[in-house]
Design a binder for this molecule. Structure first.
Ligand code: NAI
Ligand code: MG
Length: 504
């Protein structure tokens, strides 16, 4: 918290309530319908990134705890998978209603452990997660098969079946969204779930599972916490886990594929990006400037897989757009995530904070590069991992500052002269998750949509993923699509072809 401003009464009340909840969840996991400590009983410290205090010690699961959770999910599977899909959808709707009743305390807990501002991030994240659950709940009627005209006196049909126990491994940047984006389709399709939250933000995931479990049968949703190698790896490798859905970094995504190679189970990977946001000289700048800032996701400290952090501006509008963007970024209010006035909270951890600083230092040492704004922690906030919105120009496209996902409030500015040049630069990346173009020229808009090598492309806006729109990456950004009908059908069911010969 700021050393300048004392805590206001509402902020301290919100913090006290969230801390009490964190203490209640300490050491607990939600397995087999019960909040309880795992067999190993070990714990690790969870930090509040806004003030560097320890808020709780969470359960540090290891292989035997993972096995225990997977077995609980496996025991719940036969009854859940045989239940009519309509009933599963109905239960998920009721679970979403329960989540809605708990929205405010849940948003506070999320803000406390992630550092994401309550007003701009944590509350909207809870609302989005509820929307996701309701969307997937309503998809029960899409679990349809088909019949195929075949030989005379045969009935050939295809039916859809769930896969079994799903293992979900999620990161810390949007734990509730990413839980629901995996849990919703998995459960409505008839699978049961074990989710491992990220070590930086494990509590909201456990609490959400606890709430959903009030409505769902015991063992259908199980939530554990722990580190990647200790808990994530045994979860991915477990022979009873028949599908792994992962969101996180590219190196771990590759590891997940190796872990499941022995048992050949399907995998969905969502691995982030370094997405382009391009402004042509004919764009409506009154829309493009706020759109660039929304795209940078700086109100979540840039910790978003879809963040548009490579910004390409047409030569003719470059200076004007940069000036207007800097002016708007400098207005962003950085501070305590639980303060209603705060627009931008804290970076998740010291590790990520140091990572961001290292990239900015690299930029500073790059000949020809210039920090246009930001580039340091904000004055007055001497505890917690706060960092000012940072724009940098003059970074070569081959520099790691440009090729790597920084996952912090840092975006790069580039000048271009024509559309083809901008498009070539936009595609010059190992990633391919998102991207946007700002223009009034329909031909360029459609050419961009066709030629950008990315899974989520927008024109004249830069919104985040929403329930109902398929979302996922090209190239190193991942495998598979989430948030949509096909994510449920293609990623959480298998088809079985049946031919009945009734000629006898
Ligand atoms: P990470 O990929 O290491 O962690 C994500 C999840 O995977 C966590 O639950 C973690 O415990 C688990 N995990 C880590 N190693 C594992 C292993 N060997 N086996 C199984 N599970 C494992 O990401 P990290 O270290 O938190 O962040 C590093 C970078 O990754 C970020 O700077 C960002 O660039 C990227 N990232 C991308 C995200 C996205 O939304 N696509 C989310 C989080 C990070
Ligand atoms: Mg890692």
């Amino acid at each position: 918290m700021s050393s300048l401003e004392p805590l206001s009464a509402p902020v301290s009340a919100a913090r006290a309530a969230a801390l009490a909840e964190a203490h209640r969840l300490a050491g607990q996991v939600l397995v087999g319908g019960q909040l309880q400590p795992p067999p190993s009983g070990r714990t690790f410290a969870v930090e509040n990134p806004a003030d560097e205090t320890i808020i709780a010690h969470a359960a540090r699961c290891e292989a035997r705890d993972v096995g225990w959770a997977v077995e609980a999910a496996h025991r719940a599977y036969p009854a859940w998978s045989r239940r009519p899909a309509r009933e599963r959808g109905e239960l998920l709707h009721r679970a979403a209603d329960r989540l809605e009743q708990e929205a405010e305390p849940l948003a506070r807990l999320l803000a406390l452990e992630t550092g994401n501002a309550l007003a701009t991030q944590s509350r909207p994240e809870v609302a989005g997660a509820i929307e996701l659950l309701r969307f997937f709940a309503g998809l029960w009627s899409e679990l349809k098969g088909r019949t195929i005209p075949w030989d005379p006196n045969t009935l050939a049909y295809v039916r859809r079946e769930p896969l079994g126990v799903v293992g979900a491994i999620i990161p810390w940047n949007a734990p509730l969204t990413l839980l629901c984006v995996k849990l919703g389709p998995a459960l409505v399709a008839g699978n049961t779930l074990v989710v491992k939250g990220a070590e930086q933000a494990p509590l909201t995931v456990i609490r959400t599972a606890e709430i959903l479990n009030e409505v769902l049968p015991a063992g259908v949703v199980n939530a554990i916490s722990g580190f990647g190698e200790e808990a994530g790896k045994p979860l991915a490798e477990h022979p009873l886990v028949r599908k792994v859905s992962f969101t996180g970094s590219v190196p771990v995504g590759r590891q997940i594929l190796r872990y499941v190679a022995e048992k050949l189970c399907p995998v969905t990977l969502e691995l982030g990006g370094k997405s382009p946001n391009i402004v042509m000289d004919d764009a409506d700048l009154d829309k493009a400037v706020p759109g660039l800032i929304a795209g940078m996701r700086f109100t979540r400290q840039g910790q978003s897989c879809s963040a548009g952090t490579r910004i390409y501006l047409h030569d003719r509008i470059y200076d004007q757009v940069v000036a207007r963007t800097v002016e708007a970024l400098e207005q962003l209010k950085i501070g305590d995530p639980l303060d209603e006035a705060t627009q931008m909270g804290a970076i998740i951890s010291r590790e990520q904070f140091e990572r961001v600083k290292a990239y900015v230092d690299m930029a500073r040492a790059t000949p020809g590069a210039r920090i246009v704004c930001g580039g340091s922690p904000p004055p007055g906030l001497d505890r917690g991992y706060f960092y000012t919105p940072t724009l940098i120009e003059g970074i070569p496209h081959a520099s790691p500052v440009c090729t790597d996902e920084i996952f912090g409030p840092v975006a790069l500015l580039y000048r271009f002269r024509d559309f083809d040049e901008a498009l070539a630069l936009a595609n010059d990346t190992q990633y391919g998750l998102a991207g946007a173009l700002w223009t009034r020229d329909l031909a360029k808009a459609l050419a961009f949509a066709e030629k950008l090598q990315a899974g989520f492309v927008q024109v004249n806006q830069y919104a985040g993923p929403r329930a109902g729109l398929p979302y996922g990456g090209y190239k190193m950004s991942g495998l598979g699509r989430e948030y949509s009908l096909e994510s449920m059908l293609e990623h959480f069911t298998a088809t079985k072809t049946v031919i009945v010969n009734y000629a006898t």
